[in-house]
Design a protein around this ligand. Structure first.
Ligand SMILES: *Cc1c(COP(=O)(O)O)cnc(C)c1O
Length: 367
């Protein structure tokens, strides 16, 4: 039996298809293609769900990060700290705005930005912004980060592209009050039928600025800042709004699957997400750490032969990417983490049998 990494057939089942096609028909006959009623409905409901005051839909999760930097008035030459384990976009947006990424090392067990490394990095570099990443869905210790950032006048932008459904100490991811960036790429916990993203904020002025930037810098007085076109299509907003009501249940299904994996794989000599994250991770992905790079590739091949999906998130740490080789900072654990990490199937629809099959395949290989 093949076990897919994702399961779009079940996510977009016939009931969902019927409902979304009705919405699409209404949009097509109404000629309401951008910023329509579903945009407003989604923004209102998503902000409520994540406990933020404002939600601003944008074209994708990369634009959303870049727009956050612009809204906070990042200038060319500014240094932006970020963990060595993330998707490339986190660093890319800084470079596209003329900034300088500086790497912070990660916790060797979780891949999350390590706050002691961050403290060392800010002694060496004049850091203006930090972009913590809720990688794999695990929440960064935002409260701990806030203390350091307050003392050093550093502004926080959260990359929550993988964090939808996860929890901070006092709020859902997105509810911290800092600018928080989400991606709704189809494979994320909440996914569109293509590209979309959103920014959450509690600040009225920042919300107004972001609304303007995403729509060519428009304001009631004309074009008052140099913005861009990063509007979210009405079709995508209709998909996101329809999916929103099922997302909490699907995130709970992810958690139950993660619990089962952790139970079955708990005795193996592999690195797993620590138990303390069971209830706070969004379980966007299920990363495991092997003992060596060779063992990782060998397991990937073994699973492939059994038709079990797996993915290398991330094959390289950010500091190893060609365009980022010259960036400074700390990276020892990030390199080791990337070398040994493999993600195994994780989606809300994995059956008991599929979980057993994946787990058995790993067990028989590691022994
Ligand atoms: C997916 C992702 C992004 C980029 O989002 P897009 O919508 O694909 O542009 C940024 N950061 C992280 C951590 C991601 O996983």
């Amino acid at each position: 039996m093949a076990v897919g990494f994702y399961n779009f057939a079940k996510l977009h089942d016939s009931e969902f298809q019927t409902e979304i096609l009705e919405r699409f028909k209404e949009i097509v006959t109404g000629n309401a293609f951008v910023e329509g009623k579903w945009n407003t409905a989604f923004e209102t409901e998503f902000a409520q769900m994540q406990k933020a005051k404002h939600c601003l839909l944008v074209a994708n999760g990369t634009d959303s990060l870049e727009i956050c930097l612009q809204a906070l008035d990042m200038q060319p030459g500014d240094k932006v700290a970020m963990p060595g384990i993330s998707f490339y976009a986190t660093a890319e947006v800084v470079i596209n705005r003329g900034g300088i990424p500086v790497f912070v090392d990660v916790n060797p067990t979780t891949g999350l930005m390590d706050l002691d490394s961050f403290k060392r990095v800010i002694k060496q570099h004049k850091i203006k912004f930090v972009m913590p990443v809720h990688i794999y869905g695990l929440p960064v210790d935002i409260e701990g980060l806030e203390v350091i950032c307050k003392e050093n006048k550093i502004q926080i932008i959260e990359d929550a592209a993988q964090g939808q459904g996860g929890y901070l100490k006092n709020a859902p991811i997105g509810g911290s009050g800092h600018l928080t960036s989400f991606s709704f790429y189809p494979t994320k916990n909440l996914g569109a039928f293509g590209d979309a993203g959103a920014i959450l904020t509690n600040d009225d002025d920042l919300a107004t600025m972001i609304k303007s930037i995403r729509n060519h810098g428009r304001s009631p007085n004309g074009h008052t800042v140099v913005g861009r076109n990063s509007r979210c299509d009405h079709l995508q907003a209709a998909v996101l709004h329809l999916k929103l009501k099922k997302t909490p249940e699907q995130n709970k299904m992810r958690k139950d699957i993660a619990k089962k994996y952790l139970e079955i794989l708990g005795n193996l000599p592999i690195r797993l997400v620590p138990q303390e994250y069971v209830n706070t991770s969004s379980w966007h992905l299920f990363p495991i750490g092997l003992r060596s790079k060779d063992e990782k590739y060998a397991l990937k091949e073994h699973l492939g032969k059994l038709n079990i999906g797996s993915s290398l998130f991330y094959e390289k740490a950010l500091p190893e990417e060609k365009t980022l080789l010259k960036c400074e900072g700390e990276k020892t654990h990030a390199l080791d983490f990337a070398a040994k990490t493999l993600c195994i199937p994780m989606n809300p629809f994995l059956s008991e049998n599929e979980i057993m099959e994946v787990s058995q395949a790993i067990k028989s290989f590691i022994k």
